[in-house]
Design a protein around this ligand. Structure first.
Ligand SMILES: *Cc1c(COP(=O)(O)O)cnc(C)c1O
Length: 397
């Protein structure tokens, strides 16, 4: 025994060894050091609706939520979530047995995977995937099986899901499909036809589905978000996850939620109660009010974001990037090959010095690193003047 400080043995265990630090820490530090504009991490630089912020202040002052809220979340918020699902999607969930409030969508994903997976179970996830998925699958002892979204053959079209590839990825050990639509980082919004095929496969192979729909309202042009739980045979096998962070521009509040049939919800709640137990007491009251805002709020925010997408997309195209125009989310995935580069990591490490802008290499979201190598992600959930300044700076490339 050489004691606690034996440096020959890393402290981080084998399950997590490959997940040292996230790329966001490295890139954000680079942004601070160089004074670059940070379009790496996806958080808005303008807070959400004033009345929602005021609702949080009121809750705090009135002493609502300053002590442990109820384990499943405050009744007002669970009712508001159920009402939201009914209003937008005609999905009916019982606020007492089918809704769970979590510490953001991140905890919801973690709790779902920890609750539903046995060691060795295979999880199919759409690649590139949100960075917490791989780590959570690993923590749960599962095995991740990536199915890669690919740009359409004719150049810089949207990334699409190959349904045959998805079908072929299912084995006897597959337990769960981990779906994300609208999809970060590609901006792909799965179509009704694609979702129907995913649903059919889940039913046919008796798979559970965990679906991360945090960008449910942030879709552009004529794209339409349809929750997987609305498809035939899916309500009983689907854990639906969303969050207030992206829809209402309060990413720091970390208020998320799960809707699922009682047996599934109970399982997820069991894991969740030993992660955070509860969180964000006063913010839960504020988010209940946010969910009750008229639909015009979401419509206006969506329009605003779409204009930001157009602004940054035009700037990136002008700078010479291949632009995969996103149908949803906060992000534009670009191709750096038209600029004469092929390694997104090297490109992003050099970009702050070269152009004063920070972006994220999509390769970090891939198991097949070489497939993701030429792609780089920019966030457009920023003030127009910041986007214009970034576009101007990128012209030096
Ligand atoms: C931002 C994001 C999350 C995290 O949501 P929180 O509510 O902040 O935990 C989860 N999934 C995707 C795809 C995201 O982009």
């Amino acid at each position: 025994m050489s004691g606690m400080t034996d440096s020959a043995r890393p402290f981080l265990n084998r399950r997590l060894a490959e997940f040292g630090t996230t790329i966001f820490a490295e890139m954000s530090a680079l942004a601070v050091r160089t004074g670059a504009i940070n379009l790496g991490q996806g958080f808005p630089d303008t807070d959400g609706p004033e009345e929602v912020r005021e609702a949080a202040v009121r809750a705090l002052r009135d002493g609502r939520g300053n002590q442990y809220p109820p384990g499943p979340g405050i009744p007002e918020l669970r009712a508001a979530v159920a009402d939201h699902q009914r209003r937008h999607y005609a999905l009916s969930y019982d606020p007492d047995t089918e809704v769970l409030v979590t510490a953001g969508a991140t905890e919801a994903v973690a709790a779902a995977l920890l609750a539903l997976l046995e060691p060795g179970d295979e999880v199919i996830a759409l690649e590139p995937y949100y960075d917490s998925y791989a780590a959570c699958i690993a923590m749960a002892g599962g095995t991740r099986v990536p199915v890669t979204l690919r740009p359409s053959a004719e150049g810089h079209g949207p990334f699409r899901l190959d349904l045959d590839e998805l079908r072929d990825a299912v084995t006897d050990r597959t337990r769960l499909l981990l779906i994300n639509t609208p999809h970060n980082p590609t901006g792909t919004v799965l179509t009704r036809e694609e979702l129907a095929a995913v649903a059919e496969l889940a039913v046919e192979r008796d798979l559970l589905v965990v679906t991360d729909e945090v960008y449910e309202h942030l879709v552009f042009d004529d794209a339409e978000h349809a929750p997987l739980a609305t498809f035939p045979g899916m309500r009983e096998r689907t854990v639906t996850i969303s969050s207030a962070g992206k829809t209402y521009s309060f990413t720091g509040w970390k208020v998320g939620w799960v809707t699922a049939a009682p047996a599934l919800l109970t399982a997820v709640r069991s894991a969740k109660q030993y992660l955070t137990f509860v969180s964000a007491g006063p913010f839960q009251y504020a988010v209940a009010e946010a969910l009750a805002l008229p639909d015009s709020y979401v419509a206006a925010f969506r329009k605003e974001l779409q204009a930001k997408r157009d602004l940054l997309a035009a700037g990136l195209a002008e700078a010479g990037f291949g632009v995969h125009r996103p149908a949803g989310t906060y992000f534009i995935t670009t191709d750096i090959r038209p600029l004469g580069h092929s390694d997104g990591f090297a490109f992003c490490r050099a970009l702050p010095e070269r152009a004063g802008v920070v972006a994220v290499p999509n390769a970090v979201f891939y198991d097949h690193r070489e497939t993701g190598a030429p792609f780089v992600r920019f966030a457009f959930c920023k003030r127009d003047d910041v986007l214009r300044e970034a576009a101007g700076r990128l012209r030096v490339l």
